[in-house]
Ligand binder design. Structure first.
Ligand SMILES: C[S@@+](CC[C@H](N)C(=O)[O-])C[C@H]1O[C@@H](n2cnc3c(N)ncnc32)[C@H](O)[C@@H]1O
Length: 283
């Protein structure tokens, strides 16, 4: 059973909660103007490298007539997705050898997967399983903006624990993460070189600023929870026993304080702005 990604790279809650925010219905318009898929069509959509399934879950709501299948090789993500997300068929499989017949799908979509997979296989397999004229949508995270609230900065005591962790970049190499990074110009070029036509690009800019009144309290609280879970899952990877308890209590203290300030209206205006490049091409 392959659980390398969910155990060593990004935890289930880390990915699920951050993507649930990013693919919230309030941002659908931004995606829709680039996806240009018929919301009422009875099409077959495949998501590749779906992780714990937040995008597939959003697609289910956005395209109610579509049949949605999602594939990933990490069994940990799939157990979570199958348990929490009805209405999507989650399947274990490798994106370099997709377990589907040629010409099965009307659309194939991925989010932050391209940089981890050899380009020939990444594009080639999507093209193979798409019907002629089918749509390939490739979402790629680009550099965004992050401004942290002072109460969320790690104390010296907490930082001393984290500083002892192995170098993250070296770890990622060990797990073949981000082996094939591409620039904003490189991805569309690569897509076209691998046989897709009518390639277009666009960007979705998602600003997550909990203190902005455009966000209701449950969304603001979810932003804190997504960040908290990111640190909790990382702590569980690196620490154990008494040390883990100590780190978790320091992490929780920071996020409890952030939530307290929010609830009593003391605005911090901390923000995370993610920029997602979206490529669209046809097979
Ligand atoms: C950065 S995560 C993104 C997950 C999901 N798309 C999301 O946005 O939450 C990359 C995902 O690609 C999956 N992945 C990487 N290489 C893969 C491969 N060769 N076959 C199947 N899945 C793969 C990982 O298991 C992981 O779930």
């Amino acid at each position: 059973m392959n659980t390398v990604w969910s155990e060593h790279v990004q935890g289930i809650q880390t990915l699920y909660l951050s993507r649930k925010l990013r693919f919230d219905d309030r941002f659908f318009e931004q995606y829709d103007r680039i996806f240009r898929l018929d919301r009422h069509a009875k099409m077959k959509i495949l998501e590749i490298g779906c992780g714990p399934g937040a995008l597939a879950e959003a697609l289910r709501g956005w395209y109610p007539e579509a049949e949605i299948t999602a594939v990933d090789r990490d069994a940990g993500f799939l157990v979570f997705a199958k348990e929490h997300i009805p209405g999507v068929t989650f399947t274990e499989g490798d994106v370099t050898a997709l377990p589907f017949e040629d010409g099965t799908f009307d659309a194939v979509i991925s989010n932050t997967v391209q940089e981890h997979v050899e380009p020939g296989a990444f594009w080639g397999e999507q093209k193979r399983v798409l019907k002629p004229g089918g749509v390939c949508l490739c979402l790629s995270g680009r550099r965004g903006i992050s401004c942290t609230a002072p109460c969320l900065e790690r104390t010296e005591k907490e930082a001393a624990y984290w500083n002892r962790c192995p170098d993250w970049k070296e770890e990622l190499e060990q797990y073949n993460v981000c082996r094939y990074p591409m620039t904003e110009a490189g991805i569309p070029q690569s897509m076209a070189e691998h046989g897709f036509v009518n390639v277009t690009t666009g960007y979705a800019v998602i600003d997550l600023t909990p203190d902005d009144p455009k966000y209701p309290p449950e969304t603001a609280e979810m932003m804190f929870e997504a960040m908290r879970q990111n640190d909790i899952e990382a702590a569980r990877r690196y620490f154990s026993g008494q040390e883990l308890q100590e780190v978790l209590s320091l992490v929780n203290a920071r996020f409890d304080e952030r939530a307290r300030l929010y609830r009593c209206g003391m605005k911090q205006w901390d923000t995370t702005v993610s920029v997602t490049m979206i490529l669209r091409g046809t097979a």
